[in-house]
Design a protein around this ligand. Sequence first.
Ligand SMILES: Nc1ncnc2c1ncn2[C@@H]1O[C@H](COP(=O)(O)OP(=O)(O)OP(=O)(O)O)[C@@H](O)[C@H]1O
Ligand SMILES: [Mg+2]
Length: 357
Amino acid sequence: MASIQLEHVEKRFGDDVAVRDLSLDIADGELLVVVGPSGSGKSTVLRLIAGLEAPTAGRIRIGGVDVTDTPPQARDLAMVFQHYALYPHMSVRDNLAFGLRMRNVAAETIARRIEDVARSLGLTPLLDRRPGQLSGGERQRVAFGRAVVREPRAFLLDEPLSNLDPRLRGSTRAELALLHQRLGATMVYVTHDQEEAMTLGTRVAVMRDGAIEQVAPPTEVYRRPANCFVAQFVGNPAMNLLPGASWRMAAPQGLETPRSGLTVGIRPQDIALVGPDEGDTAGRVELIEPLGGTALAHVRVDGLPRQLVRVLLADDADIAVGARVGLRPRRDRLHFFNGSSGCRITATDESDGHGSD
Ligand SMILES: Nc1ncnc2c1ncn2[C@@H]1O[C@H](COP(=O)(O)OP(=O)(O)OP(=O)(O)O)[C@@H](O)[C@H]1O
Ligand SMILES: [Mg+2]
């Protein structure tokens, strides 16, 4: 296994910049998830690491060795895509063996590796079937198994689960996390699904417009998003972002930015609905969406006519559409951002208010 470093990597397609000045240090054995909206450059980053694209600037190192000019075959990495291509006329066993046979690996070694990988991925009973006789999740496991038997230096996974149904995606994701633990393999996993990123990654790199906005462990990205973009991208339901002046609440001491220049972030689960005169602000419930176990209230707050504030409720909360309510955010869960740059503002007295969860 090997570490991977990108140093000031840039990739242009003509005049379009797909990846801009991107530096990233992926430790040996780490599972790094790259997450971001469509077109943000995630697949391009993987293809650059794999050697399928050449950077227009910057260097790439694998295991400490500069591979920027090394062809893909010589990098010894395995890629798994959303649209895996299994050979339909071959059994699962032959699909797993194919790449090794091409490399003239000894038959005994092939047999042993296939047995090990099939056991760890639950493929043993399926070895004699053909891809057409497998479910989508089983096929995806075979595609992944084909990468694992090669014993590459790192795995590059590009949305490998996105064509599975949500339930299967959840269980396959858990299998993948277990496999990562067992193999201790370096993995770079691309997804546009923030939930997948949060549950899977030891660290998460959030991309936008070809650049990394934040790279940190999932809890850090969630609790201390670096800017408004990350704040709204990570977490479901999404964080409320409100103009600082619209909200009657104390900003933390030591904050230098005037209230009018602030954007205040509050997650829907960090606001309590109280009596109309008891909160920091008041409004009217416009919509309640049941989410199963919880419900999401959309509140039209006085003085904020163009924006609905989302509040997460217990689904048995006694609140009806049309009710006047007060909103009381948890003060230790407020996020402050610079209203123009969007960057997080750290007040001089900001302490870690999340110690209790
Ligand atoms: N071969 C190419 N030629 C020209 N432009 C490209 C090429 N490949 C990617 N791009 C552009 O680079 C940008 C990043 O694309 P990329 O595929 O890396 O995004 P992504 O984050 O993987 O998106 P998605 O979530 O939709 O897969 C996009 O604007 C895309 O149009
Ligand atoms: Mg992509």
